[in-house]
Design a protein around this ligand. Structure first.
Ligand SMILES: Cc1cc2nc3c(=O)[nH]c(=O)nc-3n(C[C@H](O)[C@H](O)[C@H](O)COP(=O)(O)O)c2cc1C
Length: 209
């Protein structure tokens, strides 16, 4: 099956089979895909919480309008934006680039100045929006990777971020829950699995110039 076939196969799963768990090697592949997601300047302005614990998931479900995917999927993946993107964050990133690539830190000074300028030129609200946008890119990559492996998935925004932050202790880590994905295997009787995809027609969606 091509990637397009897999994207046609996937759907926002409403009912997961709670008896089916994603195998460790496949979960690891999903996390690889998230780790490899591109981000602006490579800053990776978010962290990703992988929730398996049943008690925690019960609490998350209550904070997500009781959507059953929270407890029935194999795993809940929470993309949490960094709330403290600042010069220090950039300096640490540049240290990491220098170390990883084995290049002198000074050789990255020009790049560092550009990134610091980009950070300092944004208001706190803009910094958060920027970080959250990057998290959505990682979400998209996860959905594609999961579909490629025929792991069902549901992207979800229907949750109370402040409650998630509290349950997961995100505030003290300088994070805020932005978007989540539930991943696992569809229940054989999920009525949504058979629905025809509704998408804007290509002539309307795409503007060729
Ligand atoms: C950012 C985002 C948030 C979503 N939030 C929810 C949600 O909270 N609960 C849910 O059941 N589906 C949610 N969905 C799923 C969409 O309703 C679904 O992707 C859309 O209707 C298209 O259907 P398909 O994914 O089955 O092709 C969300 C999708 C996205 C991309």
């Amino acid at each position: 099956m091509s990637l397009t076939d897999k994207l046609n196969w996937r759907y926002a799963t409403k009912k997961f089979d709670s008896t089916k768990k994603i195998a460790a090697d496949k979960l690891s592949t999903l996390l690889d895909a998230i780790q490899l997601s591109p981000s602006s300047y490579g800053l990776q302005h978010y962290r990703v919480i992988v929730v398996e614990n049943a008690e925690v998931r019960e609490k998350l479900k209550a904070a997500a309008y009781n959507q059953v995917q929270l407890t029935d999927a194999s795993h809940v993946i929470v993309f949490a934006a960094e709330t403290n993107i600042n010069e220090e964050f950039v300096h640490e990133y540049i240290d990491h680039v220098a170390e990883t690539r084995g290049v002198p830190r000074e050789s990255l000074k020009g790049f560092e100045d550009v990134v610091v300028g980009s950070v300092n030129g944004r208001t706190p609200e803009q910094l958060l929006t920027w970080a959250q946008k990057q998290a959505y890119i990682a979400l998209g990559i996860l959905l594609s990777a999961a579909s490629e492996l025929e792991i069902d998935n549901c992207p979800m925004e229907g949750f109370d971020a402040a409650k998630f932050d509290e349950i997961l202790g995100l505030k003290e880590k300088g994070l805020t829950a932005t978007v989540i994905a539930t991943v696992g295997y569809r229940a054989s009787d999920d009525p949504y699995a058979g629905l025809v995809k509704v998408r804007r027609p290509k002539e309307e969606l795409f503007i060729h110039i």
